[in-house]
Design a protein around this ligand. Structure first.
Ligand code: ARG
Length: 570
């Protein structure tokens, strides 16, 4: 900030002040003004004007605005615009890294709650969607300098445990036996227990009491519970590690110790009422006459999904000091989150809806538009799906390799098949409008043409091979080379510059599809450039190589944000 009446003769600061209001109206940055390197360029230069162009404003408009500001000042005798506005920004990125293009968000710490499968229940493709979407959102926020608490809100505390534990007690005289079960067995027992819960009132009652005993800390129940969780955890970890996703488990049980104080607070605010034996918060919903109840204590005294989520929200706000809380879970839970956020607002925890967001998504369907399942299972297993994508991309790579005499080592082939296969699954999911149902079509997502990860990965590998073929030392070129952009080169350059605003939009609207679209358009722009502009051996070789390099860097950053591993040889 420049003092109102700066008499110190700090001309640099005074010049900077001229730009301040204009700059602040768009970005939180301070204007950077520096003396020029040579008197032929005048006295001072304004260095971060380019930041303004990445905010969705046309560079030419920015130039006009800046010129107007300067010509209105008595301090300025003359001003001019260096032509290479776009060039300078790209050169700067090449020298100092893509971090210089990261958007700045108002939020500094966020919770992203994703994956969050239920123990002993089968994981389904919905959990895959949550993992893919949640991870991308976390990555985009992290790139935008937000501290992200990646949370796996595992369902490790519900009614299912009462059923399962009582069932296991009946089946095995020694509960220690339960510790040797496999996940498959657990799931089978879970189904049997569920059937009994539905058909046998006595068992149902026992199971309900069992949950209360577990929740109030009975050691025998806790021991079996802990074992069941451990067995499931091994499976969960395999899935997210395989997808290259990191997250920290803070399951429903974690919040159990905080529940009494939260309920106490809600009671003291007179929000909790008795209804049909349960303790509920009634919430008004627009357009519906009767208020809707959110059950916080069940009639049997147990806590439920809602109680835990309310407490987790309290914890995230008060203990973790999150400024934004993002829940990535299927759209079937719209009502749950709507009521949860309403209850939190009623309790005065939230001022408005802005800081809690439910990122809903549609269900996964097969290519025929029917719910996605295999012939003998209700759901398609996550692992099978990933295996299939990998196997198919491996076969395609071998085929392609034959035609182009590409040699793979077995390890290279395996890694590439994984990158392409998983990348294809992730990209197909992320590019779709997440709120609609999504058709899982392995044939389509693995095609090397059209809007697929395979096509994009090829595009990147091609750029990389051009750079390789040139035999130039790119690090050296970055330092010494200059960009000169005409026609198609300029169109590509301008598109590169739009990276930042697209990441920002994808973050603020929680829409990874915005970034996918940007990436696809980028490779289209690049193709046009490549078609019209010879790179190697041309007069503009240096400039064009730099542009190739910048494109590859931005593409890689997009891949990174989408959780896709780039490949260099295809
Ligand atoms: N466990 C839930 C499910 O599998 C998802 C949990 C989402 N997160 C939350 N805080 N409610 O459907």
């Amino acid at each position: 900030m420049v003092p109102e009446d700066d008499l110190t003769g700090n001309l640099k600061r005074k010049v900077a002040k001229l730009f301040e209001a204009y700059m602040k109206s768009m970005v939180p940055d301070e204007p950077v003004v520096k003396p020029t390197h040579s008197p032929k360029f005048g006295d001072y230069q304004f260095n971060n004007a380019i930041k303004l162009c990445s905010k969705g404003k046309d560079p030419e408009d920015v130039v006009q605005d800046l010129m107007k500001i300067l010509s209105n000042s008595e301090m300025v005798e003359s001003c001019s615009v260096e032509k290479g506005f776009v060039n300078v920004s790209i050169e700067n990125m090449l020298l100092h890294g893509i971090g210089t293009w990261a958007p700045t968000l108002a939020v500094k710490r966020a919770v992203v709650d994703f994956f969050s499968p239920n123990i002993a229940k089968e994981m389904h493709v919905g959990h895959l969607r949550s993992t893919i979407i949640g991870d991308t959102i976390a990555r985009m926020l992290e790139y935008s300098k937000v501290e992200v608490l990646r949370r796996n809100h595992v369902g490790d505390w519900g009614t299912q445990f009462g059923m399962l534990i009582e069932y296991l007690f009946e089946k095995f005289s020694d509960p220690e036996h339960a510790t040797e079960l496999t996940v498959g067995e657990l799931q089978a027992f879970y189904k049997e227990a569920q059937a009994r819960f539905k058909s046998e009132p006595n068992f149902k009652e026992k199971a309900q009491k069992g949950v209360v005993r577990l929740q109030s800390g009975d050691p025998k129940y806790r021991m079996v519970w802990a074992k069941i969780c451990e067995i499931s955890r091994i499976e969960f970890t395999k899935i997210y590690q395989r997808l290259g996703v990191e997250l920290e488990e803070k399951g429903e049980s974690f919040y159990n110790p905080y529940i009494p104080q939260v309920i106490e607070e809600l009671r003291s605010k007179n929000l909790v009422e008795e209804s049909e034996g349960a303790q509920v918060i009634f919430l008004k919903v627009e357009g519906i006459v009767k208020p809707k109840p959110l059950i916080v204590v069940k009639s049997d005294g147990g806590y439920n999904y809602e109680t835990t989520d309310l407490t987790a929200l309290w914890y995230r706000l008060n203990e973790e000091k999150a400024e934004w809380i993002i829940y990535v879970a299927g759209s079937t839970q719209n009502e749950h989150f709507d009521l949860l956020f309403r209850a939190a607002r009623k309790a005065g925890w939230l001022q408005d809806n802005e800081i809690t967001s439910h990122v809903g998504f549609g269900s996964v369907q097969g290519p025929d538009g029917k719910p996605f399942r295999t012939r003998d299972s209700e759901v398609v297993r996550l692992v099978d799906l990933l295996d299939e994508a990998k196997a198919r991309s491996k076969a395609a790579l071998i085929d392609r390799g034959k035609n182009r005499s590409i040699k793979w080592t077995p390890e290279e082939l395996d890694k590439t098949a994984e990158a392409v296969g998983y990348g294809a699954v992730k990209y197909a999911d992320l590019k779709s409008n997440r709120s609609t149902n999504y058709k899982f079509n392995a044939d389509q997502m693995l095609m090397d043409k059209g809007d697929t990860a395979v096509y994009l990965l090829y595009a990147h590998a091609r750029i990389f091979s051009i750079i390789e073929k040139s035999g130039k030392d790119m690090d050296e070129l970055k330092k010494t080379g200059k960009l000169v952009l005409d026609a198609d080169e300029r169109a590509l350059g301008l598109h590169l510059l739009k990276f930042s605003e697209n990441v920002e939009e994808a973050c603020t609207n929680l829409l990874p599809s915005v970034l996918c679209k940007y990436l696809y358009n980028l490779s289209e722009c690049y193709n046009k450039f490549q078609f019209n502009c010879q790179v190697i051996g041309s007069e503009q070789e240096t400039s064009r190589l730099l542009l190739c390099q910048a494109t590859a860097i931005v593409m890689r950053k997009c891949f990174h944000l989408l959780g896709i591993t780039p490949v260099y040889k295809l």
